[in-house]
Design a protein around this ligand. Structure first.
Ligand code: ARG
Length: 468
């Protein structure tokens, strides 16, 4: 069993079951690169402030870099008895540079160390998430642009309501993912606070230069209160909350793809590469990918609730409960990135059945509002027009005709204001293009929205090539 770095006051060995129970190395090894980078900055700061000699710092930094290589090449030995990634790296450093390694932890505690590691790690993950969401937004805008002339029924209560451009429907998701991107940008600012120097909870007696450490690690702020710094996980909860909202959006689009690919709708055909068959029913092509994204949403919500519950009764400052935070965080990051990734690849390969979509706009009285608006332009008050068209619809349901399928004479039974020019108003594309208020579904508005989105994205991607 490896010697423990904290067992000076203990006379008995840790029980075998306790080692495995308390160990977090299986999951927190993911923080190794950030832990090492943080330790290197800490060393440099200790040397700058004269707490350790600069040649000692050099030796420690060299050892830390070697450990990074060992971990990356798979030559590093992990064991439960060393609990976590911080202990592993420190113990190995003793092996490489000898007793001088024991100075690395001067003016530091694992409490501020782990807070630093997660913040560094999460800054990187935030950047990746923002980049992935930008790629997803790009895919959505391209899809909207490619299908600018496709019309479909817009729904409320999942009942056909009014015709819209399919591109308009897609661009609604662009808006959602844009807000998600902004939320990750906003939480970045709260993550970007350097906690080191808070030590266990009360700060340190050594003359540390916290601003220097922050500068070395490219943090824009340092934490203000040492007790808060070691016990704050708000930034993680915010991240998990942002991820949950983003998953909710992915789940909503998944639900639409599932419905649209059903025989009842048949608006789209999912790419074979993103669907699966049934082991018993040969005809089946199942939308498992959107279903899984929808299902995984529950898991991401669960991680947020786990974290809120874990934190809710913790007295200040650090408590070991908080070690569990990483499980929720890592699982959410992995799940959300996998879902975004699968969408980036699946969306451009969906086949759209334009005819089926346009046909759906001509059945179900989607032009009833437009007929009422027509009567209003002829001088009828809207409420009266609403009732008049309602009667025409009731008649249509009996004689099994849509409004535009009725003859002029038939329609004039409901109002003498109706003339031949009504029919052009009831055409799907005319109805769409008349809805030309800012942000509405007319071709003009949607083209403008697509162009504005594309311009924004081009700017974001202008200095970096878009990875596939
Ligand atoms: N593995 C611990 C965690 O993730 C590190 C901090 C441990 N601190 C302590 N005082 N036991 O939270």
């Amino acid at each position: 069993m490896a010697e423990k770095l904290w067992d000076g006051r203990f006379s008995n060995k840790t029980h075998a079951s306790v080692e495995a129970f308390t160990s977090s190395i299986d999951f927190d090894k993911r923080l190794y690169a950030h832990d090492i980078e943080g330790s290197i900055a800490h060393c440099r700061m200790l040397a700058k402030t004269g707490v350790i000699q600069s040649d000692e710092a050099d030796a420690l930094v060299k050892g830390l870099r070697q450990i990074k290589k060992e971990i990356e090449t798979g030559d590093f030995l992990f064991s439960d008895s060393l609990e976590d990634i911080h202990m592993h790296i420190e113990a190995r450093l003793v092996g490489i540079v000898g007793d001088a390694a024991r100075k690395l932890h001067t003016a530091r505690s694992r409490n501020d160390q782990v807070a630093l590691d997660i913040r560094m790690y999460l800054r990187d993950e935030c950047r990746t998430m923002i980049h992935d969401l930008n790629r997803l937004r790009n895919v959505i805008v391209a899809m909207a642009d490619d299908n600018i002339d496709v019309v479909m029924p817009g729904y409320t209560h999942l009942q056909r309501a009014q015709p819209v451009l399919f591109a308009h429907h897609l661009m609604a998701y662009y808006e959602m993912f844009t807000r998600d991107t902004e939320r990750f940008e906003q939480v970045f600012e709260r993550i970007d606070v350097m906690p080191l120097g808070s030590a266990a909870l009360a700060g340190t007696t050594y003359p540390v230069d916290r601003h220097y450490t922050a500068e070395l690690l490219d943090f824009s702020k340092i934490s203000e209160n040492s007790m808060d710094a070691v016990s704050d996980r708000d930034f993680m909860i915010e991240f998990l909350s942002n991820a949950s909202i983003c998953m909710m959006h992915l789940s909503r689009i998944s639900e639409e793809l599932i419905i649209w690919s059903s025989s009842e709708f048949a608006f789209i055909d999912l790419p074979d590469a993103f669907a699966t068959g049934s082991s018993i029913m040969p005809q089946k092509k199942n939308p498992d990918i959107p279903e899984l994204v929808r299902g995984k949403t529950g898991r991401v919500y669960g991680n947020l609730v786990t974290m809120l519950t874990m934190m809710k009764s913790l007295p200040l400052a650090y408590n070991r409960d908080m070690q569990e935070d990483k499980l929720s965080l890592f699982d959410t990051i992995d799940t959300l990135s996998a879902c975004i990734d699968v969408y980036i690849h699946m969306l451009p390969n969906i086949r759209i059945d334009r005819q089926q979509m346009i046909n759906a706009t001509t059945v179900g009285y989607l032009n009833a509002t437009d007929m009422a608006d027509y009567l209003v332009t002829k001088g009828m008050p809207f409420r009266e027009a609403h009732a008049c068209v309602g009667k025409a619809v009731a008649h249509g349901l009996i004689v099994k005709k849509e409004l535009h399928e009725m003859s002029l004479e038939e329609l004039r039974e409901f109002s003498q204001l109706i003339e031949e020019d009504l029919f052009e108003k009831l055409d799907t594309l005319a109805m769409i293009n008349r809805r030309n208020s800012y942000g509405a579904t007319s071709s003009n508005q949607v083209r403008a929205a697509i162009a504005a989105a594309q311009k924004k994205l081009d700017k974001i991607f202008s200095d970096k090539a878009l990875p596939e």
